[in-house]
Design a protein around this ligand. Structure first.
Ligand code: PMV
Length: 347
């Protein structure tokens, strides 16, 4: 979503109230590893596709005299680490707005949380857009992307629809310069008509958070630096493949980048292993499809679920194949989706 498309809400006097919706994204060139944990600065650039399924809708209302934020998640009080991260994010927005008022935040999330399906990306993109509006911050799309990044790195990309590249930025200079340098922006994908078939082999929460897994990989994996270096070349190749609408090339680059990322984790000490036997069964079924002449390629995130990039026209066949490979697991078909946006009062 570009800045000019962002709709400012009608904010009644004394009761700032804004609702935003955002969708998850799946990286084709992965973000794995931070150079600054406080600012959520990544070690490498990444590139993703925003999906048209699993939206998160977040409403932020400023409370009149409350001492604490009130947070609900799918109708229940938010607790623990999730609540702590939302309050820390709101503190950042309050500091920028010069406004101390606490907020009531209601989040409706349709993504299976914590299963490597990037619920934090849609969550913090929606929160960034709604909170910025509720607190009266007038931010353009790049500034919203930077803000969303502070909640969860991958959220910086969900501010945009379609394909987006997230710049790692610079770590030299001041913290402000570093912060300003790292944001996402849209990427054109000429003539590509892709789908992502998502095979949920396990919808439960992951055992190791992506934050901890990244830290361990960067600190201990001998494969991390080589992967980070090759990821630079992958990104350049990916941009070229996207601009010529070459789906087999896009898929091959995405697959090697993702499997390389998982290799860095397997070499960490101790190893982080998100790939499960069920994931490998799905991977094998995709390889067989390819041998049968269907261009289909896998990518995986911080969890065992497998996403298969293919032509939109092949999506049903791919879905059928992975359903057969992972019986009992849900299979979803996603297409490129919209960027984060405010909802007007009439919805
Ligand atoms: O932003 P986080 O902490 O959800 O990290 C996401 C990391 C991956 O999903 C594995 C890769 C990516 O680029 O989205």
């Amino acid at each position: 979503m570009r800045s000019e498309q962002l709709v400012r809400p009608r904010v009644p006097d004394g009761a700032a109230d804004a609702t935003a919706v955002a969708h998850p994204n799946i990286a084709l060139i992965k973000y794995w590893g931070k150079s600054d944990e406080r600012l959520f600065l990544p070690r490498t650039d990444s590139l993703s596709m925003t999906l048209d399924i699993f939206p998160t809708t977040t409403r932020v209302r400023l409370a009149d005299e409350a001492e604490h934020d009130t947070l609900t998640f799918n109708g229940r009080p938010a607790t623990g680490e999730a609540a702590r991260r939302i309050v820390a994010f709101l503190d950042l927005v309050r500091e920028r707005a010069g406004l101390g008022r606490r907020a009531v935040v209601d989040t409706e999330n349709t993504v299976p949380t914590g299963a490597g399906l990037a619920s934090s990306a849609s969550g913090f993109a929606a929160l960034a857009v709604a909170a910025a509006a509720a607190y009266g911050l007038d931010l353009d799309a790049a500034a919203l992307s930077r803000l969303a990044r502070r909640g969860s790195g991958s959220a910086s990309r969900s501010v945009f629809g379609g394909f987006a590249v997230w710049h790692a930025g610079t770590t030299t200079g001041t913290a402000t310069q570093a912060d300003l340098s790292s944001y996402a922006e849209p990427v054109e994908a000429g003539g590509l008509d892709p789908a992502l078939v998502i095979a949920v082999v396990n919808a439960g929460p992951k055992e190791v958070s992506s934050r901890e897994a990244m830290r361990r990989t960067v600190d201990t994996s001998p494969l991390y630096e080589p992967w980070a270096l090759s990821s630079k070349a992958d990104l350049a190749d990916m941009r070229a493949a996207l601009s010529r609408g070459d789906l087999p090339a896009v898929g091959e680059i995405a697959e090697r980048n993702a499997l390389g990322m998982h290799a860095t984790m397997l070499a960490a000490r101790p190893a982080v292993r998100y790939i499960s036997p069920a994931s490998l069964t799905v991977l094998d079924s995709v390889l067989r499809l390819r041998q049968d002449g269907v261009p289909a390629y896998v990518t995986m995130d911080a969890g065992p679920n497998v996403k298969v990039l293919c032509r939109r026209a092949d999506a049903e066949r791919v879905a059928e194949t992975v359903r057969g490979a992972a019986p009992g697991g849900a299979v979803h078909i996603a297409k490129p989706g919209p960027g984060a946006r405010l909802l007007s009062e009439d919805g």
